[in-house]
Design a protein around this ligand. Structure first.
Ligand code: NAD
Length: 249
């Protein structure tokens, strides 16, 4: 087992069809004790219960620093350590540049970018004490190609910000044995995409992808398991594309 007795936190992990829950499931299957953090309405405790015994679900809003700190403290109380964090919480909004209002900008950047900073800040002190840890930040192909299929420019900016933040933190904390990496998913079928793509549009998009299909949540989860595990022991500051070849250039 790749994560035996490791403790992993996954933000935005309660959506049963989402990338976060798929990651939680795979990490639990690899022996990790998992803490799922999410908004109250997403029922993180219910999601954690689906993983079986010995996991934790906590209500936490990643845009709120005290909430992130309280969640990290609760995980430390329950499990005694934090080995991995997956910064997965994110929201999108499909509008063009001229339609982005100030409140839209704040909402979209706050969850992906501020949330990644606040949760990382909440776990880094304990990882530093351990002189070990792995943080995986979920960015997006949208950051690399200037828009995915659903996200507006503010979403691309938020996810590009995540790439820069992760690389800077990787540089700063490498000496403490803490690895910080990004995953850039392509178009993955989750609740974000459900109902928004008809079969014809799916076929059109698949035709542009070398692996000829949309992604599955488990495709991204596998990359997160790899980056959190010792298999990735010499990887830090990297961006791992999980997009079926959508961005080969
Ligand atoms: P999802 O909507 O299923 O998951 C997002 C989760 O974040 C939800 O459970 C939601 O409740 C939670 N969340 C929202 N605001 C939060 C907050 N303030 N604090 C804590 N949790 C919060 O969508 P998903 O497709 O599984 O997306 C997961 C991540 O992957 C996101 O960061 C998304 O931007 C990114 N991503 C998705 C795709 C895709 O095609 N699905 C592609 C690239 C990147």
């Amino acid at each position: 087992m790749l994560l035996k007795d490791r403790v992993a936190i996954i933000t935005g992990g309660a959506g049963i069809n989402g990338l976060g829950f798929a990651t939680a499931r795979q990490m639990a299957a690899q022996g990790a004790r998992v803490a799922i953090l999410d908004l109250e309405r997403a029922d993180p405790a219910g999601a954690a219960a689906r993983l079986g015994d010995g996991h934790l679900g906590l209500v936490a809003d990643v845009t709120d620093k005290p909430s992130c700190e309280a969640a990290a403290a609760a995980v430390l109380r329950a499990f005694g350590r934090i080995d991995a964090l997956v910064n997965n919480a994110g929201i999108t909004q499909a509008v063009g540049t001229l339609e982005i209002g100030g409140a839209d900008y704040d909402r979209v950047l706050d969850v992906s970018l501020r949330g990644t900073l606040y949760m990382s800040q909440a776990v880094l002190p304990s990882m530093r004490r351990q002189q070990a840890g792995a943080i995986v930040c979920i960015s997006s192909v949208s950051a690399q190609r200037g828009g995915g299929i659903f996200g507006g420019p503010h979403y691309s900016a938020a996810k590009a910000g995540v790439l820069g933040l992760a690389r800077a933190m990787a540089r700063e904390f490498g000496g403490d044995g803490i690895r910080i990496n990004c995953v850039t998913p392509g178009l993955i079928e989750t609740d974000i995409t459900q109902g928004k793509l008809g079969p014809e549009r799916k076929r059109e998009i698949s035709a542009t992808i070398p692996l000829a299909r949309l992604g599955r949540a488990d495709d991204v989860a596998g990359a997160c398991v790899f980056l959190a595990s010792d298999l990735a022991g010499y990887c830090t500051g990297i961006t791992l594309d999980v997009n079926g070849g959508m961005l080969i250039h």
